[in-house]
Design a binder for this molecule. Structure first.
Ligand SMILES: NC(=O)c1ccc[n+]([C@@H]2O[C@H](COP(=O)([O-])OP(=O)(O)OC[C@H]3O[C@@H](n4cnc5c(N)ncnc54)[C@H](O)[C@@H]3O)[C@@H](O)[C@H]2O)c1
Ligand SMILES: O=C(O)C(=O)C[C@@H](O)[C@H](O)[C@H](O)COP(=O)(O)O
Ligand SMILES: [Zn+2]
Length: 363
């Protein structure tokens, strides 16, 4: 399966298949033959689970740099270590970089590639469900203790090779986390798709074929939006549904304790509550959605670990804020997102409603 991405700065394809790494990498043969060095960035968990397969199916010589697993690789320290590795390997502008891992490896590697000698080409080889989102569209970043993804660049990959075989070793918690972004893509694009997901027995036990269909549908939504608005001037903001509150939870927890997708799911419910005030969605729908999320194991108890006051500083650092006022992505109805300024006092009211609803549903 192929999904084209055509942003203002770059055109490329996402190729999706199963057990097809060698074949997919070969489609870049022209470029890779001309490269003076191939560097693979990965993380310790991915390399332990999938390194042998990778080595057996990657048809070129390469050097590998193994980062710490998860959010721990999106730090200034690891950014510095990765740049040092490229310098020590004598990489040039003719070198090629691969991000082999989930969104954390992809975001770090993309930012390293964007800034090494002011830009070297890179290819995303995602290994998580979540990375159907992160590997596409060119948002690259590391975290700052004061806010999520605060230091980064828009920098598109040369291509995305998505071999769903890698997902077979993904822990269940990460399957759940990644599926939150699939659900987000459904919420901003299609009521019938969301209805299908909400009606499923479980959204974390899809068959390989069903999963590939869900991933492709998500990639298509993302590709269409980033092709229209690469740098988040307009419709790209819709991809941030659930992230204003979600990122605040992630940052307050200390990156990695609440997984990105878990935090996004929490943020999606928060946005549904807020949307009730400005669109056609009502409390019955929000409650049904929360039940669906709880049934699938999303950890809403995490909200109770932080007061609204603890979240406030992170909320205010959201990148969509304008002139000090938060801009939330809301839903007129499912499939119809819009952006609206929301004052902090109103955020606090919704936060209180959220905690009340959680108490009712979680008991
Ligand atoms: N750039 C974007 O547009 C974008 C979009 C969404 C999320 N993100 C970012 O992506 C990150 C989250 O990505 P993620 O959920 O993929 O997390 P991740 O990269 O941290 O991976 C999750 C965990 O699973 C392990 N793992 C990954 N693949 C594995 C595999 N195949 N087998 C076994 N273990 C594996 C990792 O080592 C890690 O511990 C966050 O930092 C988030 O901010 C970026
Ligand atoms: O691609 C986008 O645009 C997104 O917002 C996708 C999000 O899922 C992703 O988590 C992104 O990294 C968030 O970006 P940020 O600008 O809020 O840091
Ligand atoms: Zn996200």
């Amino acid at each position: 399966m192929r999904v084209p991405v055509a942003t203002t700065s770059h055109q490329y394809e996402v190729v999706l298949g199963h057990n097809f790494l060698a074949e997919a990498v070969k489609t870049f043969d022209d470029k890779l033959q001309k490269a003076d060095k191939l560097i693979v960035f990965t993380d310790a968990n991915v390399w332990a689970a999938q390194g042998e397969y990778f080595k057996g199916h990657f048809p070129y010589d390469f050097e590998v740099f193994v980062l710490p697993g998860g959010e721990a690789c999106k730090t200034f320290e690891q950014y510095n270590a990765a740049q040092t590795f490229l310098l020590e390997q004598k990489c040039s502008r003719k070198s090629f970089v691969f991000a082999f891992g989930g969104g954390a490896v992809g975001d770090l590697t993309g930012f390293v590639a964007a800034t090494y000698m002011r830009g070297v080409p890179f290819i995303q080889i995602p290994t998580t469900i979540l990375a159907h989102d992160s590997a596409v569209g060119g948002k690259t970043a590391i975290n700052h203790p004061l806010g999520k993804n605060m230091i980064g660049a828009f920098y598109q990959p040369e291509g995305v090779i998505y071999d769903t075989l890698f997902i077979e070793s993904l822990p269940e918690r990460e399957v759940r986390s990644g599926t939150a972004e699939v659900i987000k893509h459904a919420m901003i694009s299609s009521a019938s798709w969301l209805q299908q997901l909400m009606g499923a027995e479980s959204v974390i036990h899809f068959s390989t074929t069903e999963l590939a269909q869900q991933l492709k549908a998500g990639i298509e939504v993302k590709a269409k939006i980033v092709s229209e608005d690469e740098t988040e001037q307009s419709v790209r903001k819709y991809l941030n549904l659930g992230h204003t509150y979600g990122h605040a939870i992630e940052a307050a927890a200390g990156y990695g304790k609440v997984a990105h997708g878990e935090a996004v799911m929490i943020g999606l419910v928060y946005c549904l509550l807020l949307s009730e005030r400005y669109g056609k969605l009502d409390r019955d729908f929000t409650t049904a959605f929360l039940h669906f999320a709880v049934k699938n194991g999303y950890p809403f108890e995490a909200v109770n670990d932080y007061s609204f006051e603890q979240l406030t500083a992170y909320l205010l650092k959201d990148k969509k804020a304008e002139y000090g006022v938060l801009q939330f992505v809301l839903l007129e109805e499912i499939g119809k997102p819009f952006v609206r300024p929301i004052e902090l006092a109103e955020c606090k009211e919704i936060d209180a409603e959220f905690r009340q609803l959680l108490a009712e549903v979680l008991g």
